[in-house]
Design a protein around this ligand. Structure first.
Ligand SMILES: [Zn+2]
Length: 445
C-alpha cells in the first residue's frame, strides 16, 4: 500500500475501513465472474489438464498472497503449513478428491522464506526461538522440513480415503514447493533421501526466468520482447489484473507448447526426481511451474537489484479473515493483504487469531483490528432460499454460534472490550468471494 493510501486510511472510521475492504473484494469478484476472465480460466484449465488433475496448495498464514498464483489452485492455510493431523475441513476436501475416480490429486505443500530481506516464516522462527536463536537459513530449513511432514500426513490420509472408496491409492499425492516472498519465485524441492543428510536438490523458477530470458524474448516471433518486467509496478493493481493475467496465460501457453531449453530443464528435473508422478500430475505441476516462470518474466521481480521494493515486502496486512468452511472472503485480492486461516475447529481458530493479532500489532496495524468471519455459500442457492428458509437459518445460526463462542474466549473478549479487535461476520459467494450479506449478531452477546 502506498504511503498516500496509508495516510488516507488513517483518517477513516472503522466502518469506512470495513467498507473499503469489502468494496475492493467485490470489485475483484465482479472481474472474476466476467466473461473475459472466465475465458482465461478456461484456457488455464486446458493447459493444466484440469479434467484429469486437481491442484491444491497449502500455504502458511503469514506467507504472501496465494492470489498471485493461478485461480485453479484450491488453497488451504495453516500456520507454517503445519498439519500434524488432518482435521475435519481439510479431511472433507481430501475425501472428496479421493472420490474423483478419473482425476488425480496434486497438492503443492509450500513453505516460505525471503531470499533478500531474510525475514522468512514468522511461525517457524517463533517455534525455533523457544529453543535457540535461529538464523534465516535455519528458519528456512525448518519450515521446509515441516512442509515435508505435512505432505506425508496428507498422503497417508488421502490414500486411506482412496482405500475406503475402493480407489487405487496414489503413489505421490503432492510435491514440496518453496516460495521466496521477496520475488514470489517458486522452487520445486526434490524429495529428500530418508536418513541421509545431504544437500536438498531443487529447481528455482526465478533463476530459470533470468537464465533463459533471451529464449523468452525470442518466443513466437518476439511477441514478448516488450513485455519483460512491464508489470513490476502494477502486478498487484486491480486495474491491471485482467491484462496481467491474460499475458501470464499467453506466455504460459506459448512456453508449454515450445520445446526450448527452458522447458527441457523443467522436464528433466521432474523426470529425475519425480518418477512416481503420473502423466496427469506432471502436466498440472509443469503448468504451475511454467506459469510462475511467466510471472517472473512479466514482473521482473527477480531482477530487482538490492532489496525488493514491492508493496508486500513488509507485513502490511489490513485485517484477518477466518473461514471455518474454507473459501475465504478476500482470497482473490491482489491490492491489499489480509491474513487468512481455514482452521478445523474453534480452538485452532482462536490460536490462529491470537497469533495474527500479534503480527498485526508488530507492524502497527490500525486499531481496532478487523476480523472477518467468512461463510461461503452458493450465491444462486442463497438468493433462491430467500429470507424464510430452514437451510438459511441453519447457516446463520452456525455462524452466530461461532460469533458467540469467539466472544466467550477470555483473551478475545478482552481485546474486543479494549477496542483492539472487531469481529465482522460475512456471508460470501463460494466461487467469487463476493459479499452477499453482512449479518449482525451483536444482539446475541
Ligand atoms: Zn509462515
Amino acid at each position: 500500500m502506498s504511503p498516500e493510501m496509508k495516510n488516507r486510511e488513517e483518517t477513516l472510521s472503522i466502518e469506512e475501513r470495513i467498507e473499503q475492504i469489502i468494496e475492493s473484494n467485490d470489485t475483484m469478484a465482479e472481474i472474476l465472474a466476467g466473461d473475459p476472465f472466465q475465458k482465461l480460466l478456461q484456457r488455464e484449465k486446458e493447459l493444466a489438464g484440469s479434467d484429469e488433475v486437481q491442484i491444491g496448495g497449502i500455504f502458511c498464514v503469514d506467507g504472501r498472497l496465494p492470489s498471485l498464483f493461478s485461480r485453479l489452485l484450491n488453497t488451504w492455510r495453516s500456520a507454517g503449513s503445519y498439519v500434524p493431523k488432518v482435521g475435519a475441513l481439510l479431511g472433507t476436501a481430501l475425501e472428496h478428491a479421493a472420490k474423483e475416480k478419473d482425476r488425480f490429486l496434486l497438492e503443492l505443500v509450500t513453505s516460505h522464506y525471503s531470499g533478500k530481506t531474510g525475514h522468512g516464516c514468522g511461525w517457524a522462527k517463533a517455534t525455533l526461538q523457544q529453543y535457540f536463536d535461529p538464523n534465516p537459513e535455519e528458519v528456512r530449513d525448518f519450515a521446509r522440513k515441516v512442509a515435508g511432514g505435512t505432505l506425508n500426513v496428507i498422503t497417508q490420509k488421502f490414500n486411506e480415503f482412496c482405500k475406503a472408496d475402493g480407489v487405487t491409492p496414489q503413489e505421490r499425492v503432492g510435491v514440496q514447493i518453496e516460495i521466496d516472498t521477496d520475488d514470489f519465485g517458486l522452487t520445486l524441492v526434490a524429495p529428500e533421501n530418508r536418513g541421509v543428510e545431504m544437500q536438498v536438490e531443487s529447481l528455482n523458477m526465478a533463476r530459470l526466468a533470468i537464465h533463459h530470458k533471451s529464449e523468452i524474448l525470442a518466443l513466437d516471433k518476439s511477441r514478448f520482447k516488450d513485455k519483460a518486467g512491464i508489470y513490476l509496478e502494477k502486478f498487484d493493481k486491480t486495474e491491471s489484473f485482467l491484462e496481467f493475467y491474460g499475458d501470464i496465460v499467453d506466455l504460459t501457453d506459448c512456453l508449454l507448447n515450445t520445446k526450448n531449453s527452458l522447458v527441457k530443464e523443467v522436464d528433466a528435473f521432474i523426470r529425475e526426481y519425480f518418477s512416481d508422478l503420473v502423466p496427469a500430475q506432471i502436466k498440472g505441476l509443469k503448468f504451475m511451474l511454467v506459469r510462475n516462470i511467466a510471472f517472473e518474466f512479466l514482473t521482473g521481480l527477480n531482477e530487482v537489484e538490492g532489496e525488493p521494493t514491492h508493496s508486500f515486502v513488509e507485513h502490511d496486512e489490513r485485517a484477518m479473515v477466518f473461514s471455518p468452511r474454507g473459501k475465504r472472503f478476500g482470497r482473490f485480492l491482489t491490492n491489499l493483504q489480509l491474513f487468512g486461516t481455514t482452521p478445523s475447529n474453534t480452538e485452532e481458530a482462536i490460536s490462529a487469531i491470537l497469533m495474527e493479532i500479534g503480527l498485526l500489532e508488530a507492524h502497527e496495524g490500525q486499531k481496532p483490528h478487523i476480523l472477518f468471519l467468512s461463510e461461503p455459500v452458493d450465491e444462486k442457492v442463497w438468493i433462491e432460499l430467500g429470507e424464510k428458509n430452514e437451510l438459511r437459518d441453519l447457516v446463520i445460526s452456525k455462524q452466530a454460534q461461532l460469533f458467540i463462542d469467539l466472544h466467550q474466549n477470555i483473551e478475545i473478549k478482552r481485546l474486543v472490550k479494549e477496542g483492539k479487535i472487531v469481529i465482522v461476520p460475512l456471508i460470501v459467494d463460494a466461487d467469487t468471494a463476493k459479499v452477499l450479506e453482512r449479518p449482525d449478531y451483536t444482539a446475541y452477546l
